[in-house]
Design a binder for this molecule. Structure first.
Ligand code: ADP
Length: 475
């Protein structure tokens, strides 16, 4: 019972005052209780968030290294002032850092701003269409983001990489990403579209339809542009990892642009020790990848550039292996067997341990390449055999390629404005396709070649030439 107040006039006042005091105390207690509960909830939420972040980090770690190394996005100093510069900024060390605007495409516009004109490419793998922006009438290419079956939840890694890398790049030989737009149901990843500048052709379609191969001067123009785009990527620590003729676009002004960055990734310096081997479409895949190398670098792209070079000369893909073993055997036929001299250290690669190789290789890359491309000058075949060196360290870099004497010799590279034009498939109908293998999907597993016997490869080839057939023996 509360003691009587000196100011209480009556018994009633005393009771009232005591009640008010009790009410006040109860309110205070409830408030404290509420604060404690809120504190508890906050702590639980923070713990849940931390746990989710930890799980995400663990998952990422497990998804092997294959993610852009945010802290390592540094680039080598420019050696040439000719690049289109782009979205790069200088830091105090004189090197350049890419500017990356995080989350910029969160406020994406609707795909309804575009009218579809025609499909360019529609298949199990992806969808690309020619479209027109309603407001401006500008023609663009719309590419739907692929659903990645290997991702159980969340965003498709390949699509995100493609967006991030394309946003960072600005170079005349790399396709321009104008914006990212979304369909009505933004929760569905297949409703995310890349709006790309439109180019009339891809090189594979052009090569497939050409009655005559490109002239030497035209091959040089195309290769210089390809090397320039690749040099820009490598300067910016980006590996494309799927260079091939269907990913090289060509417009009617003779400009070549590298497209399809679904397999691309940032690498730091030094490159991560564990990268996925399952990259690059089989026919353009470097021997170190086929032999299971997990540490690799820009030279994998240079091998693909070599394959594209050969294809530009003959209009046919250079190394059309049916399987990984067959691809390797075609490579060895063209480039010779690896030896400790020609490729020091190749025996340490995971799939090389089981290879049975002939004691000596009767071929030398240069002579086979000269025989296969008789019209190529000696500078041309030295560049091609350099790009197709089995040892990745012996391949020229893209910057070195740009300086190669092949491009200084006559016939000189044709001026882009003088480049021939071709009827556009993409402008009217779907592009006609030769059937070619695709880049491996993220969920796929790299093949373990096991034991493969290459020891009779050259003898067998002679037999095949005499009509006896040639096959590889698995041992
Ligand atoms: P995917 O990742 O599905 O292979 P790509 O980016 O390689 O998609 O595009 C597939 C095809 O679509 C290309 O070979 C080319 O013919 C066409 N294409 C892609 N981007 C463009 C573009 N910007 N302009 C015109 N055609 C394009």
């Amino acid at each position: 019972m509360a003691s009587k107040s000196r100011w209480a006039d009556t018994e009633e006042d005393t009771v009232l005052e005591a009640k008010q005091k009790r009410d006040k105390e109860e309110k205070k207690r409830l408030k404290a209780e509420k604060a404690r509960k809120a504190e508890e909830e906050k702590r639980a939420q923070a713990e849940a968030e931390a746990e989710a972040a930890r799980q995400r980090a663990a998952q990422e770690q497990q998804n092997q290294d294959d993610r852009p190394p945010a802290k390592r996005r540094k680039i080598t100093p420019e050696r040439e002032g000719k690049e289109d510069g782009g979205k790069t900024t200088d830091n105090e060390g004189g090197t350049k850092l890419l500017r990356f605007e995080a989350g910029g495409w969160g406020k994406a516009r609707s795909v309804e701003n575009y009218d579809k004109l025609n499909d360019i490419e529609e298949g199990a793998y992806g969808w690309v269409a020619r479209a027109k922006e309603i407001k401006t009438g500008k023609v663009v290419a719309l590419k739907r983001l692929k659903i990645d079956s290997s991702e159980s939840v969340g965003l498709p890694e390949t699509g995100l990489r493609e967006i991030q890398i394309l946003k960072d790049c600005s170079h005349r030989n790399i396709v321009e990403l104008r914006e990212v737009v979304v369909g009505d149901d933004t929760s569905r990843i297949e409703n995310v579209f890349l709006v790309l500048e439109f180019l009339e052709h891809d090189l594979m379609s052009v090569l497939g339809d050409m009655p005559e191969p490109f002239l030497a001067s035209e091959v040089k123009t195309l290769l210089l542009q390809l090397a320039s785009g690749v040099a820009y990527l490598h300067d910016h620590w980006i590996l494309h990892r799927d260079l091939k003729t269907s990913n090289l676009l060509l417009n009617n002004r003779g400009q070549l642009k590298i497209a399809d960055f679904g397999m691309a990734r940032y690498v730091g310096d030094p490159a991560p020790p564990k990268l996925t081997q399952l990259v690059v479409t089989l026919w353009y895949r470097a021997p170190e990848l086929l032999l299971g190398a997990k540490a690799y670098g820009a030279a994998v792209d240079m091998w693909s550039v070599g394959c594209v070079f050969g294809e530009l000369l003959t209009r046919e893909p250079l190394l059309q292996g049916k399987t990984e073993v067959d691809e390797l055997s075609k490579i060895f036929e063209l480039c010779g067997m690896p030896t400790d001299d020609s490729w020091p250290g190749f025996r340490r690669l995971p799939n090389a341990r089981h290879l049975r190789l002939p004691k000596s290789s009767p071929v030398n890359t240069g002579s086979v390449i000269r025989a296969r491309f008789p019209l190529l000058t000696s500078a041309g075949s030295s560049l091609l055999s350099g790009l197709l060196s089995l040892d990745p360290d012996k391949r020229p870099t893209a910057r070195e390629m740009l300086q190669h004497e092949f491009f200084r010799q006559d016939p000189k590279p044709k001026h882009e404005a003088m480049f021939p034009t071709f009827p556009s498939k993409a402008g009217q109908e779907r592009r006609r396709r030769r059937s070619t293998p695709n880049a491996p999907g993220r969920g796929q597993k790299a093949a373990d070649l096991g034991a493969v016997d290459f020891s009779g490869i050259f003898a067998s080839r002679e037999k095949e030439e005499r009509g006896a057939g040639f096959s590889l023996r698995m041992v």
